[in-house]
Design a protein around this ligand. Structure first.
Ligand SMILES: *Cc1c(COP(=O)(O)O)cnc(C)c1O
Length: 361
């Protein structure tokens, strides 16, 4: 069939089973005689998909009636602005800076109030780890704390979230649905779907109703209010219907993998295998991330020099492995191993790494 191993950071691999089902249903969705893409967002057929996707997200995260699931557009980047626009209002928010995406969120928040950067990962450690709980001094009375749970570019991930009474808002763009935890400790979770939940064009926002109870919406454009999207159940304007349909299929696929508990086991196995290959290479491959912070989603590593890295990427590509080039800001190699990446893909990469090392030692 010509499918390759896709290690791209995003848009990223989607489970083959999901693509197969979408293919089967593309011309005639469920007896409607048309694709779900060609169906009105107000039609009964789409309503079923919408409700199923919202329920699917809530079920996976184990959240109840006190949360709303919104399907928005504009990507995680739009949330960087929408969050402070709705919640800051001249007050102070705490931001943890663990990389490029946190930085962009901070930049937008400064337009709407005071930002207290309570961890400057660049200064402290060159973004080689996330903070320990003990390092953080929260601002008394802050409107919220903003965290990037997985740093897609630097390959670090939070495994221990701060315990505080201040509302926690988390950008989970690159590790949503990758592991089980108590998601009720978060007041808001958001994610661009294109890494671990489906195609681009859809932003998943899970928000605790109490978080937006006291927002003054009088100066916020309608499309940028959480309240108006909640009231219209994500149908304030035409939503990205096909992306929502694919997300629904991804949620169902995840349930078949044993839910988040099941997928987490596989993700741990995949990440451990790849990190072991790096760590057992006698320094041929080097991971710049401190062990406790190593991401299970984006595995970054370096070779001796840039020339060798270029050769590695070129040869990997011709061996059927795509998307291994590190982010343009950091260089190096990055293997993004989201939920849809199979253990076969990891085995292929690890074998390739061993062969490349013996041939270019
Ligand atoms: C990719 C990414 C983003 C940007 O997402 P868009 O949907 O393109 O706006 C933000 N945060 C994190 C952690 C990401 O990985």
């Amino acid at each position: 069939m010509g499918r390759i191993h896709n290690f791209g950071a995003g848009p990223a691999a989607i489970p083959v089973e999901v693509l197969e089902q979408a293919k089967t249903e593309l011309l005639d969705y469920n007896g409607t005689g048309m694709s779900i893409m060609e169906t009105s967002h107000r039609a009964a057929a789409f309503d079923v998909v919408m409700k199923s996707a919202q329920a699917g997200v809530k079920k996976l995260l184990g959240l109840g009636e006190d949360y709303e699931v919104l399907f928005l557009q504009g990507g995680a980047n739009m949330q960087f602005a929408m969050i402070p626009m709705n919640l800051l209002n001249g007050g102070t928010a705490d931001y943890i800076d663990t990389g490029v995406w946190s930085n962009k969120a901070i930049k937008e928040a400064k337009l709407f109030g005071n930002v207290n950067v309570i961890f400057d990962g660049k200064d402290v450690c060159g973004y080689s780890r996330v903070p320990n709980a003990g390092e953080l001094n929260f601002t008394e009375g802050a409107a919220y704390i903003h965290i990037t749970s997985n740093n897609t570019i630097y390959g670090t991930e939070f495994f221990d979230f701060p315990a505080t009474k201040t509302p926690l808002i988390v950008d989970m763009s690159s590790d949503i649905f990758s592991r089980k935890m108590d998601f009720s400790k978060f007041d808001m979770i958001y994610a661009g779907a294109q890494k671990n939940a489906g195609p681009s064009g859809l932003t998943i926002v899970v928000i605790k109703k109490s978080l937006i109870e006291n927002v003054d919406n009088s100066k916020i454009p309608t499309m940028l209010q959480y309240k108006s999207h909640i009231e219209k159940e994500s149908l304030l304007n035409t939503p990205p219907t096909f992306a929502i349909y694919l997300l629904d299929l991804v949620c169902k696929w995840l349930e078949k993998q044993g839910g988040l508990e099941g997928i987490e086991k596989k993700n741990i196995e995949k990440a451990e295998k790849l990190y072991a290959t790096i760590d057992n290479s006698d320094g041929y491959y080097r991971c710049p991330v401190e062990k406790e912070s190593r991401s299970r989603m984006n595995v970054v590593f370096r070779l001796k020099d840039e020339e060798l890295e270029k050769k590695f990427i070129a040869e990997a590509t011709s061996s059927g492995m795509a998307g291994l080039k590190g982010h343009r800001s950091t260089g190096g190699i990055r293997a993004s191993i989201y939920n849809a990446t199979t253990i076969d893909g990891i085995n292929a990469l690890c074998e390739f790494m061993a062969e490349f090392k013996s041939a270019n030692g």
